[in-house]
Write a protein that binds this ligand. Structure first.
Ligand code: NAD
Length: 714
């Protein structure tokens, strides 16, 4: 079997069907370039050639570059440059053929696959929603390096090309046609090659690309056109606002797109290659590929799922129709899971359902839901004040107030609802699961299911395995989380689990910086520059200082009850000092009328001018140190969680940190951040920070051993 099947018909039209052997999709693997080179040699020598069609024998058209190759690229050297140039050269040879070349797109054509289409004179796609086209490289920290930036800019013009290049949007056939990414649509796969042949016969002279024609003008205006010049000036600033200068890929893409318009086409392609190989070797691309491509794939494909048959919940009860319970009920109903929403009085339960109604109305107004869909969704939520029939519910989720006594009572009272093989989850954000489990008759079926707020947007659930939770319960919980379309992150029970614990260090580092005398606005800015979604002082206000104090006191009481010293939050020394003082001054957080910020009636906020009193230091902390402190604190706490067995895999550490607590995405997650810095360099910098700022940065060298030994991720 061959990778490329070459067939010439009686009219001189050659169809090249790509069928890369030993894999289920066509990719730019090591055999691609030599294979395509041989095809080009043959086409250029072909007598009586009238046209060429590229088709695929796989369910997809072409999947683009091989990401494993990119992960393995260590340096942007000349060999890598030559390799990428050789790949591009075959595309250039195709567009120089003296006959029309058409791509017959039977399925997804992404990245290098769509770049092949761009090198063709005509693109025909089948009306299958799976036949998406686009250049998603930017989402993986890369740029379309096989001519995609230069050709799409020349094909659509700068303004129309930029959204596709900078956002990596993948579009379905109808939208692709409307945007000019493809030229023709057919209803059926079988019609692709006949349609391509018909086009070739009707357009025998359409073999020169617009950009190779004399007097070529860029659609929408050349580089000197005032509007294009304006775009070229404004775009970098707009981009910076989004990326904060943390993502090299979109910056390079923008630069190539703009610069290419002023250059000779082949020189522009070479410039694209140069920038591309720089990104291939970058830590940002490795981070994005490892975490967002391979990491999410590992989670989705069940690589980190406990083994066993798939389970599906057919009925659910959510206890507590407050902020979290209402959100969880909506998540259930959206994915077809009928749910009893229980609260202490009917008005509360109804209000909880009202939350779903509001979300439905929003979706309705955006055209994402119709009236029938809304009615069906709402029909699945039953507000109630009572327990469901004994033995009738597959999954119960407790989301009442964060009060251990109340939770213990509720768990015992509602347990009988569970079906014989059902499971019981608690949405507690800090209480130990193994202790709550003691309130139920069968702790093996009890587990933590920690959702995040707002539930409809934070699509991740921290699953907490208690001392006695069975493997089967964990598997069912995992399947349930995936059933409702959320990402499961499995952790073992410990104070603060993983997410609350790491998040606590972020807020504490904000307080530490305040304590060191850094200006509050500079602290917030440092977090922004580090890539955090919001500053630590702002987020502390949202969480509320009162809640933070309450959690600390709950754990102190728990320690007393158990006769242990859990050392929960032991490193968070500034938090306790500052929260206690702030609360005494009536500054409990946003919902209590103000905290680190003052809030006005319009929702605006300004930093409170009394924060200077917490400064004990000399305000000499540099912005660089502040940024590092914010990132290193969280990374070190994540490492501790790995070391203590709270976290099981790097993939979950990385994804959980990004999606649940907003650890900067460009790093690929906390552990990937350490890898990106280099383990030894990270350790050295942590030692420096420890020497200057305190023991919370001091970690035993052995803590890195697991990362040193385990180069490959789960
Ligand atoms: P909330 O105060 O908004 O809602 C709690 C609800 O529970 C109220 O409607 C209350 O009437 C109801 N309730 C009280 N006793 C009950 C009982 N015996 N039976 C049924 N309902 C009862 O609280 P919330 O913010 O939704 O938090 C709920 C749980 O989720 C807590 O354990 C909290 O720690 C956890 N959590 C909260 C967040 C968050 O950001 N708010 C995030 C993750 C987890």
């Amino acid at each position: 079997m061959e990778d490329f099947i070459y067939e010439k018909d009686a009219n001189g039209i050659v169809t090249v069907t790509m069928d890369m052997q030993g894999q289920n999709a066509n990719t730019m693997n090591a055999r691609f370039e030599p294979g395509m080179r041989a095809i080009c040699d043959r086409l250029e020598a072909e007598e009586g050639l009238a046209g060429v069609i590229f088709a695929s024998a796989k369910p997809t058209f072409f999947a683009g570059g091989d990401l494993n190759d990119i992960l393995a690229t260590e340096t942007a050297d000349e060999a890598t440059f030559a390799h990428v140039e050789a790949n591009k050269a075959v595309y250039r040879r195709l567009e120089k053929l003296p006959v029309p070349v058409v791509s017959a797109i039977n399925g997804a054509a992404l990245g290098g696959g769509y770049e092949l289409c761009l090198a063709c004179n005509h693109r025909i796609v089948v009306t299958d929603p799976r036949a998406v086209v686009g250049l998603p490289e930017v989402t993986l920290g890369l740029l379309p390096g096989a001519g995609g930036v230069v050709r799409l800019t020349a094909k659509l013009g700068l303004e129309k090309a930029l959204p596709f290049l900078l956002e990596g949007k993948q579009v379905r056939p109808d939208a692709a046609l409307a945007a000019g990414l493809v030229d023709e649509i057919v209803a059926d796969r079988d019609q692709l090659v006949p349609a391509a042949k018909a086009w070739i016969r009707a357009n025998p002279d359409s073999h020169t690309q617009p950009w190779d024609q004399k007097g070529f003008r860029y659609p929408g205006g050349d580089a000197v056109h005032p509007r294009i010049r304006q775009t070229a000036i404004m775009a970098p600033a707009m981009l910076y606002k989004k990326t904060r200068g943390l993502l090299p890929a979109p910056e390079k893409i923008l630069d190539i797109a703009v610069t290419s318009m002023k250059m000779n086409f082949d020189a522009a392609l070479r410039m694209e290659t140069r920038r591309f190989i720089g990104l291939m070797a970058s830590k940002e691309a490795k981070a994005a590929i490892s975490t967002f491509f391979f990491g999410t794939q590992a989670v989705k494909s069940g690589k980190v799922r406990p083994e066993g048959d798939r389970w599906q919940a057919g009925s659910a009860a959510v206890l507590g129709a407050g902020m979290m319970g209402s959100g969880i009920a909506y998540a259930h109903a959206k994915r077809g899971l009928p749910t009893q929403l229980k609260d202490t009085d009917m008005a509360n339960a109804e209000r909880g359902k009202g939350y779903s109604e509001r979300l439905c109305d929003k979706a309705l107004s955006r055209g994402r839901l119709d009236e029938a869909g809304k009615a069906a969704l709402l029909d699945r939520i039953t507000p109630t004040t009572g327990n469901a029939a004994a033995g009738s519910i597959d999954i119960v989720i407790e989301a009442v107030f964060e009060d251990i006594g109340l939770k213990e009572k509720v768990i015992a009272d509602t347990w009988p609802m569970l079906a014989q093989d059902g499971i019981y989850g608690s949405n507690t954000s800090t209480l130990p699961i193994s202790i709550l489990a003691e309130a139920c008759p069968d702790p093996t079926r009890f587990i933590g299911l920690h959702f995040f707020s707002p539930v409809d947007r934070m699509k991740v659930v921290e699953i907490i395995v208690g001392d006695k939770t069975s493997e089967e319960t964990l598997r069912k919980a995992y399947d349930y989380v995936q059933q409702i379309g959320y990402m499961p992150i499995v952790v073992n029970d410990a104070r603060g689990f993983f997410t609350s614990r790491v998040f606590g260090t972020f807020m504490d580092e904000g307080c530490q910086l305040l304590s060191d005398g850094m200006a509050p606005a500079a602290i917030e800015r440092a977090a922004w520059l580090a890539g955090m979604p919001v500053g630590p002082l702002q987020v502390f206000d949202e969480v509320s200082l009162i809640l933070s104090q309450k959690v600390r006191k709950t754990h102190e009481a728990l320690d007393q009850r158990l006769g242990v010293d859990s050392k929960f939050g032991a490193h968070n020394t500034a938090t306790s000092r500052i929260t206690d003082a702030m609360i005494d001054m009536g500054r409990g957080g946003r919902q209590y009328g103000g905290g680190f910020y003052d809030y006005d009636a319009e929702g605006g906020r300004t930093l409170w001018d009394g924060l200077g009193q917490f400064a004990r230091g000399n305000s000499e902390v540099s912005l660089r140190d502040a940024i590092d402190r914010i990132l290193y604190r969280q990374a070190i706490e994540t490492l501790r969680c790995m070391d203590e067995g709270v976290l099981n895999t790097e993939v979950e550490a990385n994804l959980g940190g990004i999606f649940a607590i907003g650890f900067p995405a460009h790093t690929g997650g906390a552990i990937q951040f350490i890898r990106g810095e280099g383990i030894e360099a990270f350790a050295a910098r942590a030692r420096e920070l420890a020497a200057e700022y305190g023991d919370r940065f001091a970690v035993p060298d052995s803590i890195y051993d697991r990362l040193r030994d385990d180069k490959a991720q789960a």
